[in-house]
Design a binder for this molecule. Structure first.
Ligand SMILES: NC(=O)c1ccc[n+]([C@@H]2O[C@H](COP(=O)([O-])OP(=O)(O)OC[C@H]3O[C@@H](n4cnc5c(N)ncnc54)[C@H](OP(=O)(O)O)[C@@H]3O)[C@@H](O)[C@H]2O)c1
Length: 255
């Protein structure tokens, strides 16, 4: 199975690591040998028809800030050029969600399906803006459009509702759909106010290095420093669990 990966951020790199670590398992269980033949991020691209070396790809992204560092002598091609010209079976869309026009994900998905590629999207934008027409396009081109990873990725709730509750009319649904919300609610249950719990989460986000702060963010962070010292003390006193101490099965979901 030849895969084109759009975007190479948190989700895509996790997928690459997963594919790398489960190569033999996937082959022995499903006879499947997934190969990422092309990948692009906002600054460049990398491709190899025989499959990119995923460890090297992750290192290149880390070192150079772009998959472009994988093979610097290679000509950079745009995402749409890659979809048009590369032989592939599946497109995995992981670029940032945009709810105004859903680009660039929308064009990636449409062009891939028109070319006969199956599509998996974790990008919510295109689905939020054009779900019916995208499903229709998938049907017309006889390809699959899968999107379980967009929400509650760790718990395949959308597929469950679609496949196992076909005869039911779902009236409402309740759950905590992501780790961030669960973290905030857990801290609130342990006595923090919403604002303090939110700020604690934001600070953790900075510390993980996932966010590139603007100068405004940095100024706000500076003024929050003292407050945080007090917050940490308060947290200690109230024994609020850190993320790593919340059991894995409780982090993302509960009913
Ligand atoms: N993280 C989650 O837990 C989660 C869960 C469910 C759904 N999602 C959705 O999954 C998607 C990816 O999430 P993420 O956390 O992996 O985000 P991320 O770390 O910000 O990664 C986004 C990737 O898209 C690339 N990108 C942005 N604009 C682009 C463009 N115009 N052309 C090509 N590439 C572009 C970025 O390039 P650079 O690396 O060059 O910046 C980056 O590699 C988002 O739509 C998000 O809403 C995420």
């Amino acid at each position: 199975m030849r895969i084109i990966l759009c975007g190479f951020g948190v989700v895509a790199q996790s997928l690459a690591k997963l594919l790398e670590s489960r190569t033999s398992d996937l082959y022995s269980k499903y006879g499947m040998k997934p190969r990422i033949v092309g990948v692009f991020d906002s600054k460049g691209s990398a491709h190899d028809n025989s499959g990119l070396d995923l460890k090297k790809l992750i290192s290149a992204k880390k070192e150079f800030g772009s998959v472009r560092g994988y093979n610097k002598s290679e000509k950079i091609i745009s995402g749409l050029e890659m979809i048009e010209n590369l032989d592939a079976d599946v497109l995995i869309e992981t670029t940032a969600s945009n709810y105004k026009d859903a680009e660039p994900g929308m064009s990636h998905i449409i062009n891939a399906m028109k070319k006969g590629l199956h599509v998996i999207s974790v990008n919510k934008g295109p689905l939020a803006l054009a779900f019916p027409s995208l499903m229709e396009l998938a049907k017309y081109n006889q390809v699959l459009l899968r999107f379980s990873g967009t929400v509650g990725g760790g718990t395949p709730i959308l597929d469950y509702a679609k496949n196992s509750l076909r005869g039911e009319k779902i009236i409402s649904f309740q759950g905590i759909l992501n780790g961030t919300t669960n973290y905030i609610l857990t801290n609130m249950r342990n006595g923090l106010s919403f604002n303090d719990a939110l700020q604690d989460e934001v600070n953790q986000f900075y510390e993980k290095g996932k966010y590139e702060p603007t100068s405004e963010d940095l100024a706000r962070k500076k003024s929050e420093k003292d407050k945080q010292k007090q917050l940490k003390l308060l947290k200690k006193q109230r024994k609020a669990p850190s993320m790593s101490r919340i059991p894995r099965h409780n982090r993302d979901f509960y009913y």
